[in-house]
Design a binder for this molecule. Structure first.
Ligand SMILES: Cc1cc2nc3c(=O)[nH]c(=O)nc-3n(C[C@H](O)[C@H](O)[C@H](O)COP(=O)(O)OP(=O)(O)OC[C@H]3O[C@@H](n4cnc5c(N)ncnc54)[C@H](O)[C@@H]3O)c2cc1C
Length: 312
C-alpha cells in the first residue's frame, strides 16, 4: 500500500489556504503549511477599525463572471456594489492645508486620472518604461495643452495620483509597475467594485475553510500551520525527499512541496501589503468616513456648491 505523501505548502495566503483545503477535502491529511508571518491571509489583511473593518490588502471583488471569489461569496449574499465610488461627481479633494476644492475642480481631477489610466492598450504596450514614467508624461502633456490649474496645484494633484495609483497597483512606487503589464491585466465581466459589506476580504478565507456560515464543518487548516516560520532554502535534488529549511533552523522533509509564496514575495515584508499600508490611503478613507461630521476648512456643508472654497 502506498503511503500518504507528505506535503509542505509554503505561505498561508489565499492560494496556500485554498490548496490545503482542496487537499484535505481530497482525503490527504499529512500536510504542513509554513508561514513567515504570525497570521494567515498574506495580501488579504482585514483589520478591525471602530465598529467596522479596514482592508489593508485585497478589498474588492473585481467582476462576477469566472471569478472564484465571487462564486464563493454569492451563495451567502455577502457582497454589495460600491458603484457610487465610480461616480466622479461624488468626491471632493482636500489639499494639505485642509482647503476643500470645488466639486467642479475635483471632478476634473478624477476625469483626468481616468483618462490617463484608461489609455489605449496599444499605447501602453508600446511604452517600454514604467507606468509612472508613462503617467507623468501624459499628465504634463495635458497640463501644457490645458492650463486647468496652477503649477503648484498640478504638482500636488500629480503626487496624489501617484499615491492613489500605488494603492491600486499595490506598488511602493509607480516606477515599479510596468506600463506594458497593465495592458495584460484582464478584467472579469460584471460589477468590478463589489465590497464585503462590513466583513472584509478575509471572509473569503473563512469560506474556503468552511468556517462560514457556521463552523461545525470547518476544515481544521489552522492546526496545520506553523506560524513565524520562514522558508530559507528548498533542496529539490531528491524529489522523493525534498528538504525545506526554515529560519528557525528546522528541516521539513516532503514528498511534495507546493510553493505559493505569492508572486511578489518581498525579502523583508514577505508579502506586499506594506505598499498599501505605507500610502495610508485605506486608513485615511476610513478615518474620513468615521469622522464624517468633521468640518473641513472652507466646508460650508453644501458640497453641491459649484463655488471653489479652496481657490487660491
Ligand atoms: C494592497 C493590495 C490590494 C489588493 N486589492 C485586491 C482587490 O481589491 N481584489 C483582489 O481580488 N485582489 C487584490 N489584491 C491581490 C490579492 O490580495 C492577491 O492576489 C492574493 O491575496 C494573493 O494571494 P497569494 O496566496 O497568492 O499570495 P500572498 O497573499 O502574498 O500569500 C503569500 C504568503 O506566503 C508567505 N510567505 C512569503 N514568503 C515566505 C517564505 N519564504 N516562507 C514562508 N512564508 C512565506 C507570506 O507571508 C504570505 O502569507 C490586492 C493586493 C494588495 C497587496
Amino acid at each position: 500500500m502506498s503511503k500518504e505523501p507528505k506535503i509542505v505548502i509554503i505561505g498561508a495566503g489565499a492560494a496556500g489556504i485554498s490548496a490545503a483545503c482542496r487537499l484535505f477535502e481530497g482525503g490527504l491529511r499529512d500536510i504542513v503549511i509554513l508561514e513567515a508571518k504570525d497570521r494567515i491571509g498574506g495580501r488579504i489583511f482585514t483589520t478591525d477599525f471602530a465598529d467596522n473593518v479596514v482592508d489593508l490588502g485585497a478589498q474588492w471583488v473585481h467582476g462576477e463572471v469566472d471569478n472564484i471569489v465571487h462564486d464563493l461569496a454569492k451563495e451567502h449574499k455577502l457582497l454589495e456594489s460600491s458603484y457610487n465610488l465610480n461616480d466622479t461627481n461624488r468626491h471632493v479633494f482636500v489639499d494639505a492645508t485642509g482647503q476643500l476644492l470645488s466639486q467642479t475642480e475635483s471632478s476634473k481631477i478624477w476625469a483626468l486620472y481616468y483618462t490617463i489610466s484608461n489609455a489605449e492598450e496599444e499605447e501602453l504596450t508600446q511604452h517600454e518604461g514604467s507606468h509612472g514614467d508613462f503617467f507623468i508624461r501624459r499628465f504634463h502633456d495635458y497640463c501644457t495643452k490645458n492650463r486647468f490649474t496652477s503649477s503648484k496645484r498640478a504638482s500636488e494633484i500629480l503626487e496624489w495620483m501617484g499615491k492613489f495609483d500605488n494603492s491600486i497597483q499595490c506598488s511602493d512606487t509607480w516606477f515599479d509597475v510596468s506600463s506594458r503589464g497593465l495592458a495584460e491585466y484582464k478584467c472579469c465581466d460584471g460589477d468590478l467594485l463589489l465590497n464585503w459589506k462590513n466583513r472584509g476580504f478575509k471572509t473569503v478565507l473563512s469560506l474556503l475553510m468552511h468556517e462560514y456560515p457556521n463552523d461545525s464543518n470547518a476544515i481544521p487548516i489552522m492546526e496545520k500551520i506553523r506560524f513565524c516560520t520562514e522558508v530559507k532554502t528548498i533542496d529539490y535534488r531528491n524529489p522523493e525527499n525534498i528538504i525545506i529549511t526554515t529560519n528557525v533552523g528546522e528541516d521539513y522533509h516532503a514528498d511534495n512541496a507546493i510553493l505559493f509564496a505569492g508572486e511578489a514575495t518581498h525579502s523583508h515584508y514577505y508579502s506586499t501589503v506594506h505598499g498599501a499600508v505605507m500610502t495610508g490611503f485605506r486608513e485615511a478613507d476610513r478615518l474620513v468616513e468615521y469622522y464624517g461630521s468633521y468640518s473641513w476648512k472652507g466646508d460650508d456643508s453644501s458640497n453641491e456648491s459649484e463655488e471653489t472654497p479652496g481657490k487660491q
